[in-house]
Design a protein around this ligand. Structure first.
Ligand code: 0X9
Ligand code: ZN
Ligand code: ZN
Length: 305
C-alpha cells in the first residue's frame, strides 16, 4: 500500500496518482506526458485552484535518476502537502490561487521500476543501444544544452551516457515537448535529485555565468537558509559547474536557455553516509525541510510574475 513515509514502488505510485487526483478534484487534474520506452505512462499532476483561465506555472520533476528514491518521495509529499494545507496555510493558498504547479512524480519510470525489481543502483533509462549490449542513457545528459561536450560519456556502458543524439530518449522528449509547448506560462523549472545537499542553478555545461546569476544566487541562498531553519540541514548553493562539476545535457540548463529563468536542481539528503540508500526514517524530515525551500522559490516566482 502507498505510504508517504516509505518508498513506494511504481504500482503504488500509480495507484496514488489515481487516488490523490480523484480525492481532490478541485485542486488536482491529471494527464500524461506520454509513454516511456517500455510503455509505462508518464503521469503528470497539475495542482492549482481552477480560475477558469490559464495561469502561470511551475514545473517540477522527480526521479530523473532511478536510484534516487528520495526524489519521487518528495514529489508525492509535495502534492499531499499542497492539497492538505491549501485553505489553511496562507502561503500555499495564495500560491495555488495564482499559479499552477505541474508535478511529474517519476520522470524515469522504467529505470525506477528496474531499481526496485533488479538493480537498486540503476541510474539511467532502459532503452536498448544499437551496437552495444549495455542498456540505457542518462536522461540528465540527454537534453539540448551543450549536449555531450563535457561531463558526459559517449560510451553506452557508462552511467553518464549522453545517448546517440539529443533527446534520443522518449522520456526526455516527452518532458521537453511539454515544456516547449507551455513555455509562455512556465516560469520555473525545478528538478529533484539526490544526494549531496545542494541547490544548483545554471550553468553546468559551461563556466560562464547565467545572465540572471545575481538573482539566482540570492534566491538559492535564501531557499537554502529556509531549508536549514527546520532541522539545521546545510545546503551549498551555486552554479552547477563550480559547485559540483561541469556536465552537459542537463534539463536545468536546457530549460534555462529556453527562457525559464528560475531553473533549479535540488540534490536532497544526505552527504554520503547513506547516499542513495537514505533510510525511510529520513523521508519525513527531508521532505518537510525541502518544502520550505520549494515554497520560498515559488513565493519568489509569484512575487516576480
Ligand atoms: O549529474 C547529475 O545529473 C546531477 N547529480 S546526480 O548525482 N543526481 O546525478 C547534477 C545535475 C546538475 N545539472 C547539470 N549537470 N545540468
Ligand atoms: Zn540525479
Ligand atoms: Zn507538513
Amino acid at each position: 500500500a502507498h505510504s508517504y513515509v516509505k518508498y513506494n514502488d511504481w504500482a503504488n505510485i500509480e495507484a496514488w496518482v489515481s487516488s490523490i487526483s480523484s480525492g481532490n478534484p478541485a485542486l488536482i487534474s491529471r494527464s500524461s506526458l506520454g509513454k516511456t520506452y517500455e510503455g509505462r505512462n508518464m503521469h503528470l499532476l497539475k495542482i492549482g485552484k481552477n480560475t477558469g483561465s490559464t495561469k502561470p506555472a511551475i514545473f517540477m520533476d522527480c526521479g530523473i535518476h532511478a536510484r534516487e528514491w528520495i526524489s519521487p518521495a518528495f514529489c508525492q509529499w509535495f502534492v499531499q502537502e499542497a492539497v492538505t494545507t491549501y485553505g489553511s496555510d496562507a502561503q500555499m493558498t495564495s500560491l495555488l490561487d495564482t499559479l499552477d504547479i505541474f508535478v511529474l512524480p517519476v520522470f524515469n519510470v522504467d529505470g525506477y521500476e528496474y531499481s526496485w525489481k533488479s538493480e537498486r543502483m540503476w541510474r539511467k533509462t532502459r532503452s536498448r543501444n544499437s551496437g552495444s549490449s549495455c542498456i540505457g542513457t542518462d536522461p540528465n545528459r540527454n537534453f539540448d544544452a551543450g549536449w555531450c561536450t563535457v561531463g558526459a560519456s559517449s560510451n553506452p556502458c557508462s552511467d553518464t551516457y549522453c545517448g546517440p543524439s539529443v533527446e534520443s530518449e522518449i522520456e526526455s522528449q516527452n518532458v521537453a515537448n511539454f515544456i516547449r509547448k507551455n513555455k509562455s506560462i512556465i516560469k520555473a523549472y525545478l528538478t529533484i535529485h539526490s544526494y549531496s545537499q545542494l541547490l544548483l542553478f545554471p550553468y553546468s555545461y559551461k563556466y560562464g555565468q547565467a545572465k540572471d546569476h545575481a538573482e539566482l544566487t540570492s534566491v538559492a541562498a535564501s531557499a537554502s537558509e529556509a531549508l536549514r531553519s527546520l532541522y539545521g540541514t546545510r545546503y551549498t548553493s551555486g552554479p552547477g559547474a563550480t559547485t559540483i562539476y561541469l556536465a552537459a545535457g542537463g534539463s536545468d540548463d536546457w530549460a534555462y536557455d529556453l527562457g525559464v529563468k528560475y531553473s533549479f536542481t535540488f540534490e536532497l539528503r544526505d552527504t554520503g553516509r547513506y547516499g542513495f540508500l537514505l533510510p525511510e526514517s529520513q523521508i519525513k524530515p527531508t521532505c518537510e525541510e525541502t518544502m520550505l525551500a520549494v515554497k520560498y522559490i515559488a513565493a519568489h516566482v509569484q512575487k516576480n510574475l
